[in-house]
Ligand binder design. Sequence first.
Ligand code: PLP
Length: 384
Amino acid sequence: MCVYLDHNATTPIDERVFEAMLPYLNGSCYGNPSSAHRQGRESQQALQYAREQVAMLVGVQPRQVVFTSGGTEANNVALKGLMAVADIGSALVVGATEHSSVLEPANVLQHAGYPLTFAGVEGDGVVSPAEFERALAEHQTALASVMLANNETGVVQDVVQLSEIARRRGVMMHTDAVQALGKMNVDFDALGVSAMSLSAHKIAGPKGVGALVMAKGLMLQPMMHGGGQEAGLRGGTENLAGIIGFGAAAALMQHGLTQRVEHYEQLRERVEQALQCIDGVVVFSQQARRLPNTIFFAVKGIEGSTLLMNLDRDGIAVSSGSACASGSGEPSHVLQAMGVDDSLAYGAVRVSFGNGNTMKDVERLISSLQQQIESLLKLNSGWT
Ligand SMILES: Cc1ncc(COP(=O)(O)O)c(C=O)c1O
């Protein structure tokens, strides 16, 4: 049996989510939600129900939820769509450790003439309020985007405080809450942001569906123009099965957060305790507030990608850096922003727990890690 410990990359669909989606895939329910006939109205009702489920999980009104094709689209539309309605010459601030789906549109905007400033992070991966203020003040900033939780380190930013600073300066604030959802309380109003990105496949929902949650009355330029779906903010016939799945996954996440957090914390503590006994191990951001399911570490002298492949041979799935970045051959930009030496950053491995992981899984991980690290270190020092 394989042990899957890469839930920050993606999660398996929950069986109950699959059951909810099935009628929308097998031809039982097929109406276009925009059609006026009975089949269309039924689909429209199901769509609205899913919208209510997602809205409820983050404490907003259903009409504040705009469905997208995932977290990447939500981040793109937040940045490009909000900057498009800002005053000419306005600038953008993004965190240095954001996901590529924020960094890349930010770069595109910069090339289109919008000044871009990065808010740097401390050595533990946290954006300090002082650094955020500095970044906002560099230009006439219209929009800032700082993620709620980092996909690699699991570091949770103090978005409440940062959005308060942004508000005082009249700056709109967006947060990427893709990794935070389901692993900590995500309350849109309490965060004080104007817009927030979500994705279904990180919470046992299907891939290819997500949402942008928007403050009431917020204006943005749609990226997808078409038939006026999603209140004109995202044209195109809806991915109904995906959206129904997202709603069902959100409804499941509504319950048991405290137990999930406690369980992940126990698993994490056990792994980190074992890692401490191995020479040359560094756990990144260990002192910062982190998602309870995430451990990002490196072993001096061992390549993360080699350790990943050896664990994979033992039937254990982890990640080296972010799933999207791994394979690029570059050290993680998150660790670089934290000032971690490249030689250590190349060794980074991420373990991320999810539904169904047990202490037994963790013990298998630990024993495999101990063996693999020992043999790789021996190999590197020319013992064999
Ligand atoms: C923090 C963060 N934002 C955005 C995304 C992109 O979401 P999606 O895969 O739904 O496009 C990811 C996916 O890994 C992520 O971790």
